[in-house]
Design a protein around this ligand. Structure first.
Ligand code: FAD
Length: 317
């Protein structure tokens, strides 16, 4: 079922969902299942599976460093199919511009369609670690809007190059990313919102936000989005802080602010176990307030470990 249909079926009740990352190459999928098992009692209507783009790894060869290009966490679509099959739950693969040609994306979407996957998150992806700015892959898209357009075309039976007599079309429901504190490359929040509107105008059906730790940022974002005519559901993304290092890492990587009271509480912690507890308590308060405000769904970033998400869900749902 489509994400938007799940939201409608929820009839105003706030639903629970989460995002997982595929295991690293060579790791067993059971670890992932163990983490999903913990969260299934909260009845997620869908589970998101992230995609990692290719990266460089350096291997020592006869005293010299050899650079190889590889994908450390492959298999997003396969993992979506495995989860769907095992838990009978909808899955949402993240589809990236970066690292994929348009043709590869088309094949990936055709595979999703055959597997009964009805939703995709359309994302640009980040620059590779050696790049300062994102550069489109040769033959790939520069912006998520173009990817949304490609998926919409496919929904109409319009393939990239082939003139074919399509007798059955895909009908993907498309999610896109939104940034309550603006995307890190964007010159202003207003300009970033205009870009979000372009994604929605191109056919995106819903938005999932980047993590935020101050709910007011989300409320203001939704208000501004509605004012410029973005009328699709805007799902808040919540990440519980888990380690002391997040105080520096999250602002550095995502250009988001952390509220003073949260910083103060984390700074008082003597271990990461204590930080994890502070993170859980903060996310519970955030979730309760968002639930009270009537958000359609609370979406959690599990980052592969779900004991903290379980503790939050137990307190909120
Ligand atoms: P876009 O919407 O293309 O925007 C990127 C930047 O370009 C923005 O600054 C925007 O304002 C600007 N822009 C857009 N259109 C134009 C235009 N026409 N002209 C000029 N500027 C323009 N990353 C992964 O690698 N894997 C994942 O699985 C993943 N999942 C994510 C899930 C969520 C919910 C979120 C919020 C992010 C996720 N990301 C993921 C991170 C995402 O890929 C990065 O934030 C990326 O830098 C931007 O992606 P986007 O789809 O928002 O890009």
């Amino acid at each position: 079922m489509k994400v938007t249909e799940h939201l409608k079926k929820g009839k105003g009740k706030t639903l629970f969902s989460f995002e997982i990352i595929p295991p690293k190459k060579g790791n067993h999928i059971q670890d992932l299942y163990d983490n999903i098992d913990l969260l299934m009692e909260f009845n997620p209507p869908f589970i998101d599976v992230t995609t990692s783009r290719e990266e460089y790894v350096y291997i020592e060869k006869q005293g010299l460093l050899d650079r190889k290009i590889t994908r450390m966490r492959p298999g997003t679509v396969g993992i979506c199919a495995a989860i769907k099959h095992k838990y009978d739950v909808d899955t949402v693969p993240h589809v990236l511009c970066g690292g994929f040609t348009k043709e590869e994306t088309e094949y990936l979407l055709v595979d999703c369609h055959y597997l009964g996957i009805e939703n995709v998150m359309a994302l640009r992806g980040d620059a590779m670690s050696h790049q300062k700015y994102f550069e489109a892959t040769n033959g790939g898209h520069q912006y998520a809007t173009q990817l949304v357009q490609q998926i919409k075309d496919l929904n109409k039976g319009k393939y990239l190059h082939d003139v074919i007599e399509a007798n059955h079309n895909a009908d993907f429901c498309i999610g896109v990313a939104g940034y309550p504190e603006k995307h890190l490359e964007s010159p202003s929040l207003k300009s970033d919102l205009k870009r979000l509107k372009e994604k929605v105008d191109a056919g995106a059906d819903y938005v999932v936000t980047q993590m935020f730790f101050d709910n007011q940022k989300y409320f203001d974002f939704v208000k501004s989005a509605r004012e410029i005519g973005i009328n699709v559901p805007i799902i808040p993304g919540i990440k519980p802080l888990a380690v002391q290092r997040h105080l520096q890492l999250l602002p550095q990587v995502f250009k988001i602010d952390l509220p003073e009271p949260l910083i103060t509480e984390v700074e008082k912690c003597k271990s990461n176990t204590e930080v994890r507890q502070v993170g859980v308590e903060w996310a519970i308060q955030q979730s309760k307030e968002l639930l009270e405000a009537g958000v359609p769904l609370l979406h959690y970033y599990s980052m592969g470990k779900s004991t903290n998400i379980k503790a939050i869900a137990e307190a909120v749902f």
